[in-house]
Design a protein around this ligand. Sequence first.
Ligand SMILES: Nc1ncnc2c1ncn2[C@@H]1O[C@H](COP(=O)(O)OP(=O)(O)OP(=O)(O)O)[C@@H](O)[C@H]1O
Ligand SMILES: [Mg+2]
Length: 511
Amino acid sequence: MLVKTYGSTLFGIEATTITVEVNINKGVGYFLVGLPDNAVKESSHRIGAALNNTGYKIPKKKITINMAPADLRKEGSAYDLTIAMGILAASEQVRGEEIDQYLIMGELSLDGNVNPIRGVLPIAIQARKEGFKGFILPKENAKEAAIVNDLEVYGVENISEVIAFFDKGQKIEPTVIDTRKEFYQNLADFPFDFADVKGQENVKRAMEVAAAGGHNILLIGPPGSGKTMLAKRIPSILPSLSLQEALETTKIHSVAGKLGKTTSLLTVRPFASPHHTISDVALVGGGSYPQPGEISLAHNGVLFLDELPEFQRSVLEVMRQPLEDREVTISRAKFTVTYPASFMLVASMNPSPSGFFPDDPQNTSSQAEMQRYMNKISGPLLDRIDLHIEVTPVAFEELSADRNGEKSVDLRERVEKARTIQTERYAELDHVHYNAQMGPTELDNFCELDQKSKDLIRRAMDKLNLSARAYDRILRVSRTIADLDKSENISSNHLAEAIQYRSLDRGDWMG
Ligand SMILES: Nc1ncnc2c1ncn2[C@@H]1O[C@H](COP(=O)(O)OP(=O)(O)OP(=O)(O)O)[C@@H](O)[C@H]1O
Ligand SMILES: [Mg+2]
């Protein structure tokens, strides 16, 4: 008898339905065809043991299993349950009339337990699109899939539950999530607040500007000056996630298997802060079965590289392209996958290897040591950072004062307003939604300067010896400062503030 069951395969963050045809005939043998990888081929052993331990068996007949479409790779152990149910129905050990209305996936352990799999969110989205009635999957992944409404989601712990469901009509409690409620209830739930930061008004202002325009920012300061503390608070002032963005980011985390049992939808912009010992692959993604890296997990959020000069040079190099393209493409001999990677880069560093500013008496680094240190991060990566800001430690009196700083919600309100102006300005454009994304055309169209500002920037360029790239960065940032000021035109004040955020371009930096 021929039975069809359904599973799904992932390609980047999109899923494609896989049909598993199981045909059982007279004869002997177990044939699995249709481009399965080793883990899929080994499924027969897991399935055999799982069925034995639940009171069923793989029949001693000729079993042919075809996974279609044949040209798509099928990898991993997530098809164990799909294949096992196909075998049970085709051998008439279990009634299979309704089996083709469901997507059935899960890894089996030898005792028949169903173990979690990756990427169920994109799989569920595709299943609903194709009109499947329901999705039977590991219980641990049920909340993740239930974000997709209008699809019955059944989380199971053991294959016997699936057997009873089809054979005896025994109910499985569906997992139901009200996506909108889940989303709006948790929308503004941040662990850290800018109110905790005392003083540092100028740094907070720079962060507000960075958040408002989506600009990359570098914090330069000695140990203990509060760089890490400040950076961790950036997500709390970024514009709120839209449901669309939340789903997109959640999909990536689902594919990476990083959601966990309790999270169904990410409602806060992600904050990824990989350690400086991270490898290229872990940062940008890759592997023989490509997985998204930290830059994709940070999609629509913040990637924080603390102690930037400590990262391996090769790691910083591989980030350049994704920073430009806002996505990362991973090529293999037979295929390429693309993961979204649109993030705000926040980096921190000490001003010198000794930790202190060049003019600080505590600085012990020589000129050559400092030059080497700066060279590590200079060039292409630094070119992609709009704001450099010096963080000096706040004085003890200020730290011990009980006056708190401005709250994140208040900063965020201004950021949101400035973003709305940008969204409206770029409404007609496909690739530009906020100021940091402006290319040469937009800089020409939206950043016109009056004579006073032109004079100012010319003088600054000469005095600070700024490059053409730095000039573009300054224009973009001054556009954001003007937007925060609700000003249609960029004034010389806006420009002057933007010029201040170029610490590292200043000739006097190295003393
Ligand atoms: N402006 C501030 N307001 C309140 N607390 C502060 C402030 N600055 C520093 N601190 C306190 O000092 C601690 C150290 O700051 P933090 O770890 O952010 O410094 P850092 O600049 O990242 O240092 P390092 O270079 O050593 O990593 C913070 O956890 C916080 O408790
Ligand atoms: Mg730190």
